[in-house]
Design a protein around this ligand. Structure first.
Ligand code: CP
Length: 309
């Protein structure tokens, strides 16, 4: 198993099955302890820097909540405009400066590879909270934890991943996790927003059973989980192309009840119009529980890379 102390969390592909099992076990332990304890105090005196150059609700606030629940504290920013980036400072210089102040760095940035760049200049462990259309590994781990909790296990489940699979970083990281659990993967997207070829090639190499279709109703019929994603408006150079694609997979309660009422419905959020509000009342609608799971999974990651578990 990987030595976690000091590790940068950059990419879903960096983990072995043992690594993932360890992270999810620690997260589950923390989750249970939070039922009776408000703070676990494992990282008392530690400071987390949250450097968010792109908008976020869940990732930033759950990282911050996680650090507070571990007894540590947080400094950071939620937009590039409020930092010296606006005066022309490079990302590398910003990271090297923040590295003088904090023990851990959680970062989101619009450029693919930005988290790796940050990790190359920072002594503190860097946790990638999303690098453009690249990776979002902490989200993928909390998604895996959510599937385990909602379905009892992740091994052998059939997952339908739907929406903007080209630009959706949560699914790029997700498949790197699911491949360790012998999941059957079905990708549903418009033709122009398919899962990138290099990721599909990687799945072939691993011998993972996957399919691609545009027919969501057929795909969910035998599925355990539907993982919806937003069409990533901010990644489209042409607004007209976005307008053509958005709403492609608007999901209604009626469809799920008719085709597969036992389906677990997940979404990394924010949703725009991919899931109708009345789906929220279904027992299988797991997306707000999924958001909650972000706290214990990020607690586990920070405690592990700090060498405290
Ligand atoms: N799931 C997720 O990354 O949400 P935010 O963009 O709100 O952080």
């Amino acid at each position: 198993m990987t030595e976690f102390k000091g590790l940068d969390i950059l990419d879903g592909a960096q983990f072995s099955r043992d690594d993932i099992d360890c992270i999810l076990q620690v997260a589950d332990d923390f989750n249970h302890r939070l039922e009776t304890e408000h703070s676990l105090d494992l990282l008392r005196g530690y400071v987390l820097g949250t450097l968010f150059f792109e908008p976020s609700t869940r990732t930033r606030l759950s990282f911050e909540t996680a650090m507070h629940r571990l007894g540590g504290s947080v400094v950071g920013f939620s937009s590039a405009e409020s930092t010296s980036t606006a005066k022309g400072e490079t990302l590398s210089d910003t990271i090297r400066t923040v590295d003088q102040y904090v023990d851990l760095i959680a970062m989101r940035h619009p450029a693919i590879g930005s988290a790796s760049l940050a990790a190359s200049v920072a002594a503190a462990p860097v946790l990638n909270g999303g690098d453009g259309a690249g990776q979002h590994p902490t989200q993928a781990l909390l998604d895996a934890y959510t599937i385990q909790r909602e379905r009892g296990q992740l091994d052998g489940t059939t997952l339908v991943l739907c929406g903007d699979l080209k630009n959706g970083r949560t699914v790029h990281s997700g498949v790197e996790i699911y491949k360790h659990f012998n999941c059957r993967l079905v990708f549903v997207s418009p033709d122009t927003l398919r899962m990138p070829a290099e990721i599909l090639d990687g799945l072939k190499t691993w011998g993972i059973d996957y399919g691609e279709t545009t027919d969501l109703a057929a795909a969910i019929q035998d599925a355990d989980v539907l993982y919806m994603t937003r069409i990533q408006k901010e990644r489209f150079a042409d607004p007209a192309e976005y307008e053509r694609r958005q709403g492609t997979y608007l999901r209604s309660r009626e469809l799920i009840e008719r085709v597969n009422p036992r389906l677990t419905v997940m979404h990394p959020l924010p949703r725009v119009n991919e899931i109708a509000a009345d789906v929220d009342e279904l027992q299988g609608a797991a997306y707000f529980r999924q958001a909650r799971n972000g706290v214990c999974v990020r607690m586990a990651l920070m405690a592990l890379v700090a060498g405290k578990v």
